[in-house]
Each structure stands twice: as C-alpha cells, then as structure tokens.
Design a protein around this ligand. Sequence first.
Ligand code: FNR
Length: 367
Amino acid sequence: RMPPVSQCYNLLDFEDIARQTMKKTAWAYYSSGADDEITMRENHAAFHRVWFRPKVLVDVSKIDLSTTMLGCPSSVPFYITATALGKLGNPEGEVVLTRAGYRENVIQMIPTLASCSFDEIVNARQGDQIQWLQLYVNKDREITRKIVQHAEKRGCRALWITVDAPQLGRREKDMRSKYDEQAANVQDDEAAVDRSQGAARAISSFIDPALSWKDIPWFQSITKMPIVLKGVQRAEDAIKAVEYGVDAILLSNHGGRQLDFARPAIEVLVEVMTALREHGYDDKIEVYVDGGVRRGTDILKAICLGAKGVGIGRPFLYAMSTYGEPGVVRAIQLLKDELEMNMRLIGATKVSDLDQSFVEASSIASH
Ligand code: FNR
C-alpha cells in the first residue's frame, strides 16, 4: 500500500504517509504539539508571510549549498535536529539518522533522551561525520557534567542546551495515546519513569526547572565545545546570550511542543537580528532557527533574514519511520534540490550571497 519512496516529492508527502502507516502511539508522540497546537501550525504558516525579491541576470550555472555552522563544515545550511525516542518510529532508532546524515553530509544533533545509547549513536558515525549534543540539564549536575565531558571526549562538536523546557508541555494527543513501552525499548534510566501520562510527561522528570543564567559560566568551565542556547524567544535574551559569551542561540519553540502561543522562529529572528545589529553584536553570535521548516524556500528565507542555519525535526522522523534510511536520504535530497533550484531562481549562487535584500518581510514586525 505504501508508494515507493521515489514517489515522495516533498517533505509533506512523508508526513501524509506517516499519518496513515505509523503506529498510533508513535504518530501521536511525534506529531503532537502543546495544548491547541496553534504555535505548531503557525510555525510553518509564518514562512508564508515572507516573499522573495529575486535578482535577475546573475550567472547561476553553478550553485554551492555548502556552509559552516559552529565552525563545522556541512553540505547544506540545515541539520537534523534532536528529537527524543527514535525507536518509537523505527526499531533501529537514531542510528538511522546517523547513517543518512553521513551519506548526505548533513550534521546530526544527538538528543539526551535518544532511544539508542549515546555511544551507539557515536559509534555509528563514519569518516569525518559531525555530530552535536542536545542537553537536558539534570538536577544532579554531576550526571550532567559526565554527559557533557563524555560527549566532548567522543568527538561531539557543539553543546546545545535546551532552555525552553523547564517542564515539558502538555501534548494531549500524546497523553491520550499513552506510551507503548515495547515499541520504545528505551534505556534503563528512562524505564524507571511513570509513563501513564504519555511519553512527553514521562521524560520530564529528567529536567531541572532551576536552570538559570547563573549556570552558564559553569558549562563554559566544563567544556571547550561551543555552547548554544536552544529555545531563545526574545531579543533581550539574545543580547544576554552575547554578554554571557555564549557562542550561538537557536530561536525555537521546540516545534510547538512547549508554550502554545509562542511565536514562530522566523518572526523572532527579525526581532533578534534587529536588536543584535543595534547593539553591534550581529557578528558576535551565530543565530539558528527551527520549527516548521518543510521547504527549501523556508530555509532560504531564514538564511536571508540572518540565520546561520536551520534545524529540521519531524520530517526526518516521518521519513525514518516510513522508509528508514532511504527515506531520510530522499528527504535530504529533496531539500537539496529545492534549495538549488530556488537559489537559482532568486539569483544567488552560494550561501554567503543570501542577505536581507532577497526578501520582503515587512509583514513581520521587528518591534
Ligand atoms: C522534539 N524536540 C526536542 N528538543 C529537545 O531539545 N530535546 C528533545 O528531546 C526533543 N524531542 C523532540 C521530540 C519530537 C518527537 C519532536 C517533534 C521534537 C524539538 C526539536 O529539537 C525541534 O526544536 C523541533 O522538532 C523543530 O520543529 P519541527 O522541524 O519538528 O517542526
């Protein structure tokens, strides 16, 4: 009943097939957002408010999509972001994303709450493939110190500290479907957790709600990896991040899974870049965005507005859950095709060409 993967023509096709074929519990956990899912829907819709201002008569016979993010080379200005519990969707879990990332030269962020063990995911790495670590900060800082230092020793190249989840959001679809323990086959330390309220609630006991700016110097003292704050949502915090010497920020609302009515990242990006420029800070910190990125044009818009790169979550989960590694490879290739074609159509030949002049974003307020 499933069409061959070659008949997926864009990332939304994977979502459609996933909806029809995935196990109910897995679909519920991956697809859910917080409360009424307004932010989750708006994340993608917000890209529709940005329009292009193409340049004509530019020689676009050669297009180069490569870039660097946090000093790491990448074939594209996007990465596979961290999403928990990969084995819900595919029995092999996160290593499927690792292998696809290797084949397409795309960076993978490893989640703290992966279904595979951290070492399994690192061991699946090939060649000079690059991985980053997403960190949920444990109340017991010794546990956190060990996770961070182990990751650095095993070659992770950046530390993304999640700051938008002092408590996990209420994802009602997920709570209704509950959590299927057999499908997940999660690690031992997760097994102790009460899962009766769904996967999301089950994992929230790992997260320290007391995490604050005061902890940042401590992170800087225990690792040499660049530090990224994952989930910044206002200009004031972006400025603060620069002043704390943080290397980068990710503007994100956690895929609409945390605070409903948080603004889409593309809107926050305009606010943040304006403030950084006003403070003369725009070259002091790298800015990333995620949430609702489904098309090459979404990626281009974010880069034009000042992002160094964008993260993509659910589409790769859906591709992995339906077609495994070939699905994820196909999804990445589709995005590469869309990026290449649309760069040609706007008159840009390389990522560093992309600037504000290519977009009309006046319907997004900058405050
Ligand atoms: C996430 N996300 C996430 N973020 C994080 O910091 N730690 C985590 O464990 C998870 N887990 C997770 C699970 C699932 C199923 C989803 C969909 C998302 C958020 C993720 O890193 C990213 O911010 C969003 O997924 C981006 O939005 P899109 O691309 O999914 O729309």
